[in-house]
Structure formats: C-alpha cells, structure tokens
Design a protein around this ligand. Structure first.
Ligand SMILES: [Zn+2]
Length: 390
C-alpha cells in the first residue's frame, strides 16, 4: 500500500510539473501508417482508450498499425486489439522514448515526456506532449547545431520561444499546437548534443522579444545575412518596424557568407521575358544582369520589375543578395549570405558571442527597438489564448 501511495505521489507531482506541456505533431511530413515505439528509459504507463493496460519496462517495444480507422496495438507478449486513443504517459522526469515510422520508413528519433497517438482515415497523428523547455532545447539544437557559444544559444532560445508562443494556435484544428517541420520551427526530438543548450533555455526562462506595443514580434532568423540583413517589407507583404535592414559585419568571413552559381544566359533572358520584362528584347545584353552593392527589393529594367526574393525562390539561390557577371553563354552568380536575410543572422550572432557580446546585445543589434521581457508581464491581449494557460 505504501508503495502505491509513493508511486501515486510521484505521478501527481510529475504530471503537475508538466501540467501545460506543448503539444507537437511528429513526423508531420510523412503520413505515418505504421510505427514502432521503444521505451528507452524511465517509467511509463500505457493507456488504451483511457484505460491503463500496461506499465512498460525499459526496452519494451510497441507496434502500432493503422487499419480501417483504428490503430492495432501489439507488444512482444500481447495483442491489445484495435483502439482509437493511445497514450504513453511518462511517470518520471527522465522518461525517454524512441519512435520510428516503418510505413513509410523514417529515421528513429528520441523524445521526452508523453506520446499520444490517434487514428485518421489515411494516417495516424503522433503528438509529443512535452515540457516547454525540453521542446525549445530540441528546436534550438535542430535550428542551430551543437557547437556555438552559450550567449548565442541564449539569443536563439529567446527567438525560438517567441516564435513558438506566437504560433501556438497554428495547428489547433489538427489536435496539436505546433508541427515538427520548418513550418513551425524544426524539432527532431530531444536535445542531446550540447548541455549548454538546455542551460541557455533555463537561463532565459520566460524571456521573449516584444515590440514597443508589447506584442510578440515575428522572431525571424536565418543562417547568414551576407553582411547586410533584409528589411521584412522587401520580402514579405507587411512592414514590421523591428525588422529593418542592418549592416552586419559579423556575418562576413563565416562559412555561409558567400556562394556561387552558374546559369545559362539564354534561360535567364527567357525567364525575364516570361515574367513581364518585355524590354529585354531591345535592351543590350550587357545590362540585363543583377547588380547589388546593397540589398535591393527589386531588379528593375526599364519600367518593369521583379522582386529579388522571387528570383531567389524561382532559381533556388541560397539568398536574394547576389550579383551577376557575363561569362560567354553563361551567367556567373556571386551571392552573399544564406536564407531570407530577415532578423537575426545565426552565423553573425555566433561571431558576436565569440567576440564577447551577450545575448541582449546580439538581439538588440539585429532587431530594431524591441523589448526583452518576461511574457507573463505582457497584456493578455498580446498573447494567443493557448498561451494564457501556461
Ligand atoms: Zn507547423
């Protein structure tokens, strides 16, 4: 009896500490029809349609298969039949499980806390109910890699937290809050490669970036600015006061500072004509090349224009910050930076951290007139409803 009470207390206190986990849709790009779940460590309960049926041990494996709108559940010893709701509930802070989709085949990933699986008509929905800090550590690792300075990770943590809170209702109709793809910030499961990432999350707990009207900002970031960030209004439809162009010497001489490509002149000319630039037929060939000393919003020829961001997208260039040079039948494209160029340059921020700047300096450098503040101090009207429960 005493043991049961102790276990209950552990369960109640642990569930209490993740009372409002983030709900993240896993393998969202894959349409999973069959999956394997490994209980890697810690203590779990398996609930099928709300009933506890098993306390899986470390090393136990569950097989889940979608059949006729239900999920068939098996382990090595039991056939649990067909169910509509599966929950692997963590009973300890260190519980970790691993998931791999077997139809279609994917890599396997490890996760903290709980897993909920529900059937759909064509695929099952896998949701990781995970403590916010652990989720953010996984995102920061996936979005920026394992080998940077702590102050960089703190800046990145504030951006990832701000982004996540702002998007919290994006997938509400699908049964979770955020997906694990680039759409809602990449999340590949538990952060395992650098303990400083979780420390950075904890040391910036609750801190977000807000604008001067106390609204969460669009927390944009990219790999490398090429030496100048892009004004948001040059790429996106709306202007944002805090996303202005900044001259960024910290991004120069970093690994993604430069790139090169070669395209055919004939294809380039045809592209311009197809996009409404009628004057290419009468303008001398020598001048139908993009030139950018500083980032431009448009490539302009005569009275016609094309957005630089569109050219980047259409040609698959690494950035919209590039110059072109004629080379026989070809066009050499010499580019700077990697990504959309808006907000924080990750490689620039890493350089700033190595140079001794702290995370506040880094964020104030890349974002214009923003407030670093505890999101619990923001007015309720500035936060999505889902965040108010946290
Ligand atoms: Zn998403």
């Amino acid at each position: 009896m005493k043991r049961i009470v102790t276990v209950l207390l552990i369960v109640v206190s642990w569930i209490g500490s993740v009372a409002q986990p983030v709900e993240v849709g896993l393998f969202q790009d894959h349409m999973v029809r069959a999956a394997v779940v490994y209980c890697s460590s810690g203590h779990y309960q398996l609930l099928l349609d709300g009933e506890v049926v098993l306390r899986p041990e470390e090393g136990d494996i569950l097989y889940l298969t979608l059949e006729d709108g239900k999920i068939k559940v098996l382990d090595a010893e039991h056939d649990f039949g067909y169910v509509s709701h599966i929950m692997l509930r963590s009973l300890s802070a260190e519980s970790v499980f691993r998931v791999r989709s077997i139809s279609p085949e994917t890599d396997s990933r490890i996760y903290d806390d709980n897993l909920v699986v529900t059937p759909g008509d064509r695929y099952m929905t896998l949701v990781n109910q995970v403590d916010m800090d652990k989720y953010l550590a996984g995102v920061v690792e996936a979005e920026s890699g394992p080998n940077a300075e702590k102050e960089f990770y703190k800046a990145q943590s504030v951006l990832c937290r701000t982004y996540a809170l702002r998007q919290m209702e994006r997938h509400g109709s699908e049964g979770f809050s955020l997906c694990d793809g680039a759409h809602c910030q990449t999340y590949r499961g538990k952060s395992t490669r650098n303990p400083e990432i979780l420390e950075a999350i904890v040391e910036t707990s609750f801190i977000v970036l807000a604008d001067y009207n106390f609204k969460l900002i669009t927390a944009a970031y990219h790999a490398n600015s090429g030496g100048q960030t892009q004004r948001a209004a040059d790429v996106w439809i709306s202007d944002m006061s805090y996303l202005q162009s900044v001259v960024d010497p910290y991004s120069l001489h970093q690994s993604h500072a430069k790139w090169q490509d070669t395209i055919s002149f004939k294809a380039w000319k045809a592209y311009l004509l197809k996009n409404g630039m009628k004057s290419v037929t009468r303008i001398p060939d020598e001048i139908i090349y993009v030139e950018q000393m500083n980032r431009k919003k448009y490539f302009i020829l005569d009275k016609d224009s094309i957005k630089m961001a569109k050219i980047r997208e259409d040609w698959g260039f690494k950035s919209a910050f590039f110059n072109m040079f004629p080379d026989g039948d070809s066009v050499l494209v010499w580019g700077k930076g990697f990504g959309h160029g808006i907000g924080m340059s990750q490689e620039g921020a890493m350089k700033m951290a190595r140079d001794g700047f702290n995370y506040q300096d880094i964020l104030q450098f890349y974002f214009h007139e923003v407030r670093l503040m505890d999101y619990r101090d923001l007015p309720d009207s500035s936060l999505p409803e889902a965040v108010l429960d946290f």
